[in-house]
Design a protein around this ligand. Sequence first.
Ligand code: PNS
Length: 160
Amino acid sequence: MRVAVCPGSFDPVTNGHLDVFRRAATLADRVIVAVLINKTKSSLFTVDERIEMLREVVADLPNVEVDSFYGLLVDYCKEHGVQAIVKGLRAVSDFDYELQMAQMNYRLGEVETLFVSTNPLYSYLSSSLVKEVATHGGSVAGLVPDAVLERLHATLEERR
Ligand code: PNS
């Protein structure tokens, strides 16, 4: 069985991420969307909230599941029988860092990284931009799944 992982912070998941998960789901028998538990980075949503939203948005993808991890991604891959890391490449600017990580992950754990080219509709999209725009009252409808849009507005409202 081919198992792939889509790792990330997903704070929150965007339609760009979702596009990558869908495409990974056609390449692997089983796809794990793995949320990094990062104790140093501040986030808008807790890991549990991010997992909840992710589970909601991948509910229609039978071979996709959601998990979290702490520490090195290659260790997670080894423990969970993952053969490939699947990432989206939005633009050339993503490439340098992604290549560095892919090479390091191969060196550390001989885990392959596969890149899918992000749907051009979402090539400018990032979780940080979504949060910034929404914080200042801009519309992010169509950029994040509807379930996320509601949570985003509610969370930002609570913080005001
Ligand atoms: O959504 P992000 O924050 O860009 O995702 C980055 C992520 C989680 C893919 C990356 O930081 C990662 O894999 N972190 C786990 C720690 C690790 O393995 N570091 C070495 C990477 S070469």
